[in-house]
Write a protein that binds this ligand. Structure first.
Ligand code: URP
Ligand code: ZN
Ligand code: ZN
Length: 467
């Protein structure tokens, strides 16, 4: 099957140029002008991209389908969540397998494989959440690296659930110094947060708003600095997930300036939503995530961080819970609201609209943040994240002028509300291809359950250096 995408502007992290893209089977066979008249002759299918961008399929390296959390499960399954991702121009997700306390990494990984296999609309990989660090799990890390799961998330937050102390984190980092893996850190000072949260509840401050108040930005800044220092001591790179606070960004900037291999992602919610969204009584539960939404001045710094490469990736941390029936577990005590927001479908458009149209970043940087950098950082490049001969034909024909309004009544995520309800955005994925197969065409899903394959990932040590 040969498909020709013609007449568009190919936008990559390196530049933009008018070019056609010829796909042969699952990979890109040629990129250049005038393919229509040469190698494109005889294509089985042609896609007109006039007036549109042709970009590498977006890669979301932080999703939580069916995550067990706060006494319930994130609502999207791999099937529903990966399909919603496709609608939004994302052709690869990297989700988190979870090691439950007392169980092996293997059990957690196998359970996730079982859930995802044969159900995903797009290609997928896994990171591993480590809840226990001990001799057995450290040894298991080596095996996971070898089988394409080379990235491990640890937490300085959530005492009693996912929390690891500094010694455990340091041991895991030492292990990655030997096996080439990468530690991803949820960096907030969980024990200190718990003290302030208990004090707030004792004073009757139980609304979701206080979730945002008690998780001080300084607790994120302190933990970020601490884990970066631990990584320096272990001699390994470290990746900070879902960075939200300017104090944490400062820790990353200072570290990078001294030559530390510190990397970080942020998410659309930290760029576009604020602490105020947590107000309005229990409605604020719709916006409870950790780290929490911050006052507006933090986003100003995050945008600068994205433009200057202090932050390298924008992911979603997609972790949806229904407002009715799940978020309401926290009525009367914000500590019991399941933490997480939906977003896998909206990232590409939100970052295009607010970032590119809004003038914070170029369209090339947009592509880098949503596709190329995550591909490079997480061992998928150049198979993914590129519009280049030999790369997987994961491509999006993107209309940079089309406008649409985000709403729970039209989105495809399996969740009963949207954090961006009524927000009009400019930019839309009109055609989405996954390994050469069209899966979204003009708003319709035309793929099939199980199109997506598991991706064995490598860790690119070359990329994980500060330039
Ligand atoms: O609130 C969040 N972020 N929920 C998902 C779990 C995590 O910490 O990433
Ligand atoms: Zn986290
Ligand atoms: Zn997360």
């Amino acid at each position: 099957m040969r498909t020709l995408i013609h007449g568009g502007t190919v936008v990559t992290a390196n530049g933009s140029h008018a070019a056609d893209v010829l796909i042969n089977g699952a990979t890109i066979a040629a990129v250049g002008r005038g393919l229509e008249a040469t190698g494109g002759d005889g294509a089985d299918k042609t896609i007109d991209a006039s007036g549109k961008y042709v970009i590498p399929g977006a890669i979301d390296v932080h999703t939580h389908m069916e995550l067990p959390f706060g006494g319930t499960f994130a609502k999207d399954t791999f099937e529903t969540g990966s399909r919603a991702a496709a609608w939004g121009g994302t052709t690869t997700i990297v989700d988190f397998a979870v090691q439950s306390r007392g169980k092996s990494l293997r059990e957690g990984l196998d359970a996730c494989h079982a859930k995802a296999e044969g159900t995903c609309a797009i290609d997928y990989g896994f990171h591993m959440i480590m809840s226990d660090v001990n001799d057995a799990t450290l040894a298991e890390m080596d095996a996971l690296v070898a089988e394409g799961v080379p990235t491990f998330k640890l937490f300085t937050a959530y005492p009693g659930v996912f929390f690891s102390d500094d010694g455990a984190i340091f041991r895991a980092m030492q292990q990655t110094a030997k096996n080439g893996g990468l530690i991803m850190m949820h960096a907030e000072n969980g024990p200190a947060i718990d003290v302030v949260a208990a004090q707030a509840v004792a004073e009757g401050k139980t609304d979701p708003y206080y979730h945002g108040v008690v998780r001080y930005p300084i607790f994120e800044g302190e933990a970020t600095n601490r884990v970066i220092r631990l990584a320096e001591a272990a001699g390994v790179p470290v990746y900070i997930v879902h960075l939200s606070a300017k104090e944490a960004l400062h820790s990353v900037r200072v570290a990078r300036d001294r030559g530390s291999a510190a990397f970080a992602e942020t998410c659309p919610q930290y760029l576009l939503l604020t602490l105020d969204d947590l107000g309005n009584g229990f409605e604020g539960a719709k916006f409870v995530c950790s780290p929490p939404l911050r006052p507006a001045d933090h986003a100003v710094e995050l945008w600068k961080g994205l433009a200057k490469d202090d932050l390298q990736v924008v992911s979603t941390d997609h972790c949806p819970f229904d407002f009715v029936g799940q978020k309401d577990l926290g009525k009367g005590d914000f500590r019991k609201v399941p933490n997480g927001l939906p977003g896998v479908e909206n990232r590409v458009d939100l970052l295009h609209d607010a970032g590119v149209v809004g003038g914070h970043i170029t369209r090339e940087r947009w592509v880098e943040l949503i596709s190329t950098a995550p591909a490079r950082m997480f061992g998928l490049y150049p198979r993914k994240g590129a519009v280049a001969v030999g790369s997987d034909a994961d491509l999006v024909v993107y209309d940079p002028a089309a406008r649409h309004t985000i709403s729970a009544s039209t989105h495809h995520m399996n969740v009963d509300y949207s954090c961006y309800e009524g927000r009009e955005v400019q930019g839309w994925s009109t055609v989405v291809l996954s390994r050469g197969k069209t899966i979204i065409e003009n708003g319709a899903y035309v793929g099939a359950k199980g199109d997506g394959r598991f991706l064995r990932r490598a860790v690119s040590q070359d990329y994980l250096k500060v330039s």
